[in-house]
Design a protein around this ligand. Structure first.
Ligand SMILES: *Cc1c(COP(=O)(O)O)cnc(C)c1O
Length: 449
């Protein structure tokens, strides 16, 4: 097996090859000045690493479902690729459930979480046999009524908030004392209520926790899982049987956006979990995981042409076609979401030359639309290309329609002999589509009201 460093270096070199091939093969043109690329080889390798990491710490025969958090990269061909790698889906809206179904992910490999499920959503999930995690007491009441009305094959659990604390990004910390998610476990009376809820409902067989995403320290995530395991033990002791048979440990493994390193690895996190909550891995419990960012982020690249360059107040500025529409979090919260930028020349070869401090700007009409501010890079010139790295999750698949900028095309790539082959994942949005989605079919609706 190649070392982790070798694998990371190989990924970087596939990316360079793909950039050059995208330019040579005309994926990027004057009319399509921004595209998104997905490394199919890398996605397969990450899925394999996830399976291997948990297989190494679980007792033989332990059922483990790795359910990809669809919100990270809601693209049907990606979900299908993951399905082929033995990965299911975690969905949190009717749209995400529809994407998972379109990718052919079976209901028994699909998990529905979300804090705002409607009665219709719950009914449909229970009718299909999709696993459901109740987020609140009121939601459990609704599920009660549905379960009474019709038998369901769906495993059902309750999401708990272990209230272990937050990470460095508040907006992504779901285990704070006042988080909107789950049943707050440390609130007065909550533990007793949960134990009673399971005792009253023999069909409640799962517990769910997801303590947060990027920015969460691993020990805190592991503590959240350990406290959920302890609760499962308490419930099972109370009811006198193994009623809770599966713990869903959520996702949230952070990604290193500062280098090509895959760090932390699934192997490290799985070992930490097994050390923190050994009983969870001894074969008495099935496991569900819900990783998103860590499966896809490092395999995505936004590639854009440099349309113009200029100098302002002594600062070199490259105006590109990648900005807030494909990197929304980075543009609005650059402190929390810095992205690496790679410079390529007009032919798509890595750009050489001494580093110059410069701004890499996007196309949108507001001053803050910067992919990177005061970044040291070889001086960009008109016609060059810039790549925003590690953007495979929560970036280009999460288009932000500012300035009616078109959704870029997304292409998967894989090495093929001396070259790189591409496959369409999502076509670029066309101008007629923008007009239609912007009320075009209702042009006169206001003037005739
Ligand atoms: C967002 C989310 C995930 C995935 O988080 P990542 O940081 O992308 O791994 C998993 N489970 C739930 C409930 C989520 O809300």
């Amino acid at each position: 097996m190649p070392s982790a460093q070798d694998a990371d270096a190989a990924r970087a070199s596939r990316r360079d090859d793909a950039v050059r091939a995208a330019v040579e093969q005309g994926l990027l043109t004057a009319d399509q000045p921004v595209v998104a690329l997905l490394d199919v080889t890398g996605i397969r390798a990450s899925a394999a690493a996830l399976h291997t990491a948990f297989a190494a710490v679980t007792a033989p025969g332990t059922p483990v479902l790795h359910a990809f958090a669809v919100k990270a990269t809601p693209l049907v061909p990606v979900l299908r690729l993951l399905r082929e790698q033995g990965v299911g889906a975690e969905v949190a809206s009717p749209g995400e459930l529809a994407l998972a179904a379109a990718a052919g992910i079976p209901p028994e490999r699909t998990v529905l979480d979300s804090p705002a499920k409607t009665p219709a959503e719950l009914r449909e999930a229970l009718a299909r046999g999709v696993a459901v995690n109740a987020d609140s007491r009121q939601e459990l009441d609704r599920i009660d009524a549905l379960v009474r009305a019709a038998a369901s094959a769906s495993p059902v659990g309750i999401r708990v908030n272990p209230q272990v604390g937050g990470g460095s990004i508040g907006a992504l910390s779901t285990a704070t004392a006042t988080s909107k998610f789950g049943v707050a476990l440390r609130d007065e009376g909550a533990r007793a209520w949960i134990v009673r809820a399971y005792a009253d409902r023999p069909w409640l067989t799962r517990l769910h926790v997801h303590s947060g995403s990027q920015g969460m320290p691993l020990p805190l995530m592991a503590q959240g899982v350990a406290e959920t395991y302890t609760l499962a033990e308490e419930i099972n002791r109370h009811v006198g049987r193994r009623q809770v048979d599966t713990v869903d440990i959520g996702g949230g493994l952070p990604v290193d956006f500062g280098s090509d390193a895959t760090s932390p690895t699934y192997a490290r996190y799985a070992r930490l979990l097994a050390e923190t909550a050994p009983g969870l891995f001894d074969g008495r419990y099935g496991l569900v995981t819900e990783f998103g960012r860590s499966l896809l982020a490092k395999h995505g690249t936004v590639l854009a042409r440099v349309e113009y360059t200029k100098s302002a107040g002594g600062r070199a500025v490259a105006v590109t076609h990648a900005g807030v529409q494909v990197a929304t979090r980075t543009v609005y919260a650059p402190g929390s979401w810095p992205l690496r930028i790679a410079a390529y020349d007009a032919k798509g070869r890595p750009k050489q030359g001494p580093d110059v401090v410069q701004d890499v700007a996007g196309p949108a009409c507001f001053a803050g639309d910067l992919l990177a501010e005061a970044r040291s890079l070889p001086l960009l010139e008109q016609g060059d290309h810039v790549a925003a790295l590690d953007t495979g999750a929560y970036y280009f698949a999460h288009h932000y329609a500012y300035n009616s900028l078109a959704r870029p095309g997304v292409y998967g790539f894989a090495p093929a002999g001396d070259t790189t082959r591409f496959a369409v994942v999502r076509k670029p949005q066309t101008l007629p589509e923008i007009v239609t989605e912007s009320g075009g079919p209702h042009t006169d609706s206001l003037t005739t009201l």
